[in-house]
Design a protein around this ligand. Sequence first.
Ligand code: SF4
Ligand code: SF4
Length: 158
Amino acid sequence: MTNDKAEDIFFSELDPSFKDEVAKKIGLESIKPCYTCGSCTGICPVHEVIEDFDPRRMIHMILLGMRKEVLSSDLIWFCCLCNSCFFVCPQEIKFSRVATELRKMAMDGGYVDKGLLKRLEQVNPYLQDLCRRTMFLKVREGFCGSHTMPCWRKHTKG
Ligand code: SF4
Ligand code: SF4
């Protein structure tokens, strides 16, 4: 009985429209094609240093409709927007785009703790450096494509 009640509360908090809202904001019809292969998490440089940061898990939470948990999570601010996951995603899901929209939604929805943003200012240079180094390595490994950042793309043509 207690469990049923807990489940009722849990399911009542899920928001099935969340995934469609995120998809619309990033210009997709749907982000449902994610089949949780985990390639994104496997290549993510931030996951290597912050184990809890897991793009596959975050996409799964979006698909489940866990709006509050996702938008109030500190983790959405840790993506360094390097696009490494996009290189390997078989479904061409661009998590950097998802993360950017989640941040805007978190700000608009009042989910963000101002103290966190202040603390992030100290972490951001480190994340940006991680992003740059990761992209540099990817380009050296031969990754190239329209989704490579313009500043790197000019070094990968020809
Ligand atoms: S790589 Fe793409 S399909 Fe695989 S889990 Fe990540 S987002 Fe989903
Ligand atoms: S864009 Fe980079 S940091 Fe963000 S989830 Fe993808 S691989 Fe990780």
